[in-house]
Design a protein. Structure first.
Length: 146
């Protein structure tokens, strides 16, 4: 199950991406928002991050205008590794190196075609493990020490 969420700036992009991913056979749980009326992105970022943190959803996708606000919010949650991706390279690297469990994109930065491409690459990407796992363990230690 993939959790998906957006604020008003990315509502349309979320709806379009949802349609595309559903066509591909993915199961999605939509955490809002539900229109392009102005809302506060931390509410939606936190809802998706909580769903991933709890294991209710294996992965998450968040969109806002720049992607910055959503990534700041999602990365407040221990165990969440939210990656703001702008292109194929960052999408692939965020899976291979960071085992990112939330993909974040900026709907005012990217065209829908790019959003689809990045989501495709990210959803198919595999974590490389090895030295990258050691670094994720270090992140987990930092979280424990807070
Ligand atoms: C909303 O205007 C905008 O601030 C938001 O979508 C996002 O870009 C925040 O980081």
């Amino acid at each position: 199950m993939i959790a998906i969420g957006a604020d008003h700036a990315a509502y349309t992009a979320k709806e379009q991406l949802k349609e595309y991913l559903l066509e591909q056979g993915y199961q999605l749980r939509d955490y809002g928002c539900d229109s392009d009326e102005s809302v506060h992105y931390p509410l939606y970022g936190a809802a998706v991050a909580r769903a991933v943190q709890s294991g209710e959803c294996e992965r998450g996708i968040l969109l806002c205008g720049t992607g910055i606000g959503m990534s700041v919010v999602a990365n407040k949650f221990d165990g969440v590794r939210a990656a703001l991706c702008h292109d194929a390279f960052t999408a692939a690297a965020s899976r291979e190196h960071n085992d990112a469990n939330i993909l974040v994109m900026g709907a005012r930065v990217l065209e829908q075609r790019q959003i689809r491409e990045i989501a495709d690459i990210w959803l198919h990407g595999q974590f490389a493990g090895g030295r990258h796992q050691l670094r994720l363990n270090m992140i987990a230690e930092i979280e424990k020490g807070r």
